[in-house]
Design a protein around this ligand. Structure first.
Ligand code: OAD
Length: 249
């Protein structure tokens, strides 16, 4: 394992245009449930009933009951995995993060270049008049919360059946196409188009370093280095190792 991490660290140091793709796993150590792990959100809530745009339009109050649990993430704080990526950016070893997470924790940890691929739960949007609200400013006492125009508000996040914002998709594809290394962290890589980013990067010649306690389909087919472990443990080790090597040179 140590040898594998050292090899990966060398690749990170050599890279000039490294980026990261993150998923729910990086926030697991902040206490936010993942979707597909045992006991994850989709174990308890059928996504067909709770996460599609059709379900939301038919019964927004019901969907908001699940969202309320997810809203508990308001209390969550970045963990050492998030801070590790923030430090990599500060040290000049990471250009951007494409995140599928809607929890805002990369931004809170200090990363400046974060592409919110699936939106951000810190905002709510009215699909009728387009008004946006800060989640902290709306009352969740009566569900669903409503816009001043009367329509039900939706978190500013992508539901199944909704397209990714075109500019966001374009930016993520460009970044993936142009990077020379991609860290793929804490994602099961089953939800497209986010899951196609490592494929785009690989095809364009980038090295792929995957960090996850479990193998994914990427691990054997796309990843050059699969580091088995929790991102909150592995990323600080990577950062320390980069600093140690910098001191030696
Ligand atoms: P998943 O729940 O599908 O996958 C979480 C991944 O994180 C799994 O591969 C776990 O093994 C891994 N994991 C768990 N704990 C970890 C830890 N401490 N460190 C590192 N990895 C860990 O979550 P996503 O891949 O993010 O989309 O799911 C993708 C999308 O599916 C979400 O953005 C969401 C969901 O439906 C929408 O809502 C549109």
């Amino acid at each position: 394992m140590e040898e594998l991490i050292i090899k990966a660290v060398r690749k990170i140091i050599e890279a000039r245009k490294a980026v990261a793709l993150t998923g729910a796993g990086i926030s697991a150590e902040s206490g936010i449930p993942t979707f597909r792990d045992k006991g994850g959100l989709w174990d308890r809530y059928d996504p067909e009933e709770y996460a599609t745009i059709q379900a939301f339009q038919e019964n927004p109050a019901k969907v908001w009951t699940m969202l309320e649990e997810f809203m508990e993430m308001k209390k969550a704080k970045p963990n050492p995995g998030h801070f590790g990526l923030a430090e990599l950016e500060k040290m000049g070893h990471l250009r951007a993060i494409i995140t599928q997470n809607v929890d805002n924790l990369h931004q809170e940890a200090g990363n400046a270049e974060v592409i919110e691929f699936h939106g951000n739960f810190r905002r709510a949007i009215c699909l009728k008049c387009g008004s946006r609200y800060k989640m902290s400013e709306i009352s969740l006492e009566k569900l669903p919360p409503r816009c001043s125009c009367g329509n039900a508000l939706k978190p500013d996040a992508v539901f199944f059946g909704e397209p990714i914002t075109p500019l966001t998709l374009q930016r993520a594809q460009e970044i993936s196409q142009n990077c020379d290394l991609m860290l793929v962290i804490g994602t099961s890589a089953v939800v497209y188009p986010a899951a196609s980013m490592p494929e785009i990067a690989k095809q364009a010649g980038a090295k792929i370093i995957e960090i996850n306690p479990e193998k994914t389909y990427l691990s054997d087919y796309i990843s050059d280095y699969f580091i088995k472990g929790l991102s909150g443990k592995i990323l600080p080790i990577i950062v320390d190792e980069i600093k140690r090597m910098a001191k030696e040179n």
